[in-house]
Design a protein around this ligand. Structure first.
Ligand SMILES: [Zn+2]
Length: 220
């Protein structure tokens, strides 16, 4: 039995014992069906000018998608998000390449704290970045976990005002090493709200020498 036959059997096994349904409309056989993807509402204007987001986090369907991805380590949903985000990344990179004569783009997932990693078992931003990389040409794109989260602050969702959120996130990231300034760095995360996380991640990358930094998220 070759690899693709094994994968097919495995899928069949999963479909029989763990039947999948679209998390939005309930159609069987798929976790998020194409018509439902089409209907997901686009993100409103992001508070961070350099951050591009796909969908509106106000939408219950989008929330369901993100929650499902986070709770179940859903590679399938990450791949859907990755495919859509790859178009955004391609646009950003090609614009950058024409100005700066370099095609090298580094995807930088937002790290989660050690505690959260132990609880959840995986980092959803890394999962999205991996799926994103799957749809991009390897000669120009790489995924690098350049950031480290240096302390476990209050959970951002428990802090309400924007001002407090910014304060709570201050200096929460540090780059693991000095960085070359030429490549384009694209920070990858699942959701942005106030933008505090992205802002701090950008600051840490800049401190380490990065000059050109943008960000993409699935929802805002
Ligand atoms: Zn559906």
């Amino acid at each position: 039995m070759n690899r693709s036959q094994r994968e097919h059997l495995y899928r069949l096994f999963l479909d029989i014992f763990f039947p999948r349904h679209c998390i939005v409309c309930g159609q069987s056989g798929i976790l998020l069906c194409a018509p439902c993807v089409q209907k997901l509402p686009h993100a409103e204007k992001n508070p961070i000018s350099y951050c591009s987001s796909l969908y509106s986090y106000r939408s219950p369907s989008v929330k369901k998608m993100i929650l499902h991805l986070k709770k179940n380590k859903s590679k399938e949903l990450a791949m859907i998000a990755g495919k859509l985000l790859s178009d955004v990344c391609r646009d950003i990179s090609s614009e950058y390449a024409t100005i700066h004569q370099t095609k090298k783009t580094i995807l930088v997932p937002i790290p989660i704290s050690r505690t959260r990693l132990l609880e959840r078992g995986f980092n959803q931003s890394k999962l999205i970045a991996e799926s994103l990389l799957h749809y991009l040409p390897r000669q120009n794109y790489a995924l690098q976990e350049l950031l480290q989260r240096i302390s476990h602050r209050k959970k951002q969702s428990t802090v309400t005002s924007r001002q407090e959120r910014l304060k709570n996130m201050k200096n929460v990231f540090v780059a693991k090493n000095m960085l070359p300034k030429e490549p384009l760095y694209i920070i990858v995360d699942d959701v942005t709200s106030t933008g505090a996380t992205i802002h701090e991640a950008k600051r840490a990358l800049q401190k380490a020498g990065a000059r050109h930094i943008t960000a993409v998220t699935v929802a805002h």
